[in-house]
Design a protein around this ligand. Structure first.
Ligand SMILES: Nc1ncnc2c1ncn2[C@@H]1O[C@H](COP(=O)(O)OP(=O)(O)O)[C@@H](O)[C@H]1O
Ligand SMILES: [Mg+2]
Length: 280
């Protein structure tokens, strides 16, 4: 299980997570479970559309149900009944499932902090025990905070990716984020392996981007950089729309954008094989 995490919003966490899932499925035949923990539910909307997203919410078929159960002192439900099968608007994507998010997570997050009867960071893990066995990859899209709901996601993660724009503001938070995750990992006695930084919204012509990339490369305390950078592109931004674009190449862009994302996905698989010893 891999979390995409950065304390900064708008750096391409959700876009990277969605692209990895779609490409892992359509290009590499992998079975993927997406877990959306961000109350903004961008990933949910990208995968099932706005209408279905709202229906899932009103029907209580989102992860909010799991946390609400815990807060009400009910036995944690098995999240199997919440899994949405065969999501993504793309016909080529046949093996991606989703645990949807809900705006209700905002209020629940505050209440979780007051939970005293059980460890508030283990609620998700308990609900997922029956769910995980069928998947090659579980990708967890986290909101840009370290609140209790995010910690539920990090707690079940074997590793994490840090998507970032190579600019000053977005990279500031990387060292504190690394050290906090090391702290959590020790506190939970569970390794959360740093898989590396994914450069997003990259602009070759930007001198700031060049300079920050240099810094990221040269600083040995910073995590490894994935060699493939995701370019800034209108087409990747438009890919957030819930439409079948035809092929993934048409969806993400034929001017190298799709190829960059595919290369990143291949490198992601290799990295999980090496760093997490995932052989499949
Ligand atoms: N490579 C890219 N090129 C252009 N726009 C992008 C790219 N990646 C993401 N975006 C856009 O930037 C915004 C923030 O991206 P998102 O993935 O939602 O970030 P986060 O999850 O970190 O908040 C969205 O509108 C998204 O469509
Ligand atoms: Mg997001």
């Amino acid at each position: 299980m891999v979390a995409t995490f950065n304390l900064k919003g708008g750096v391409g966490k959700t876009t990277t997570t969605a692209a990895l899932a779609e490409i892992l499925s359509a290009e590499f035949g992998k079975r993927v479970l997406l877990i959306d923990l961000d109350p903004q539910r961008n990933l949910t909307t990208m995968m099932v559309g706005e209408k279905r997203s709202a229906e899932l919410d009103s029907g209580d078929h989102t992860l909010a149900a799991v946390f609400a159960d815990a807060l009400a002192g009910r036995r944690p439900r098995d999240a199997t009944e919440l899994v949405q099968h065969g999501v993504s608007p793309m016909q080529a994507v046949t093996s991606v499932d989703l645990l949807a998010s809900s705006p209700k997570l905002i209020a629940l997050q505050d209440d979780m902090a007051r939970l005293t009867t059980l460890d508030p960071t283990t609620v998700l893990a308990a609900a997922l025990t029956g769910v995980l066995s069928g998947y090659d990859f579980v990708l967890i899209d986290c909101p840009p905070n370290l609140g209790p709901i995010t910690q539920n996601g990090l707690r079940i993660a074997d590793g994490y990716l840090i998507p970032t724009i190579p600019d000053v503001m977005s990279t500031y938070s990387i060292p504190p984020l690394q050290s906090h995750l090391r702290h959590l990992s020790t506190a939970w006695s569970a390794p959360i392996t740093e898989l590396g930084v994914v450069i997003t919204k990259y602009r070759r012509s930007s001198t700031v981007h060049q300079r920050i990339l240099e810094t990221l490369r040269e600083n040995p305390t910073l995590p490894r950089l994935f060699p493939t950078r995701i370019p800034e592109s209108n087409q990747i931004a438009a890919a957030a729309e819930f439409t079948d674009f035809g092929t993934l190449r048409q969806k993400y862009g034929q001017g190298g954008q799709f190829l960059a994302l595919r290369e990143l996905t291949a490198d992601f698989m290799a990295t999980t094989r090496i760093k997490l010893a995932w052989g499949r």
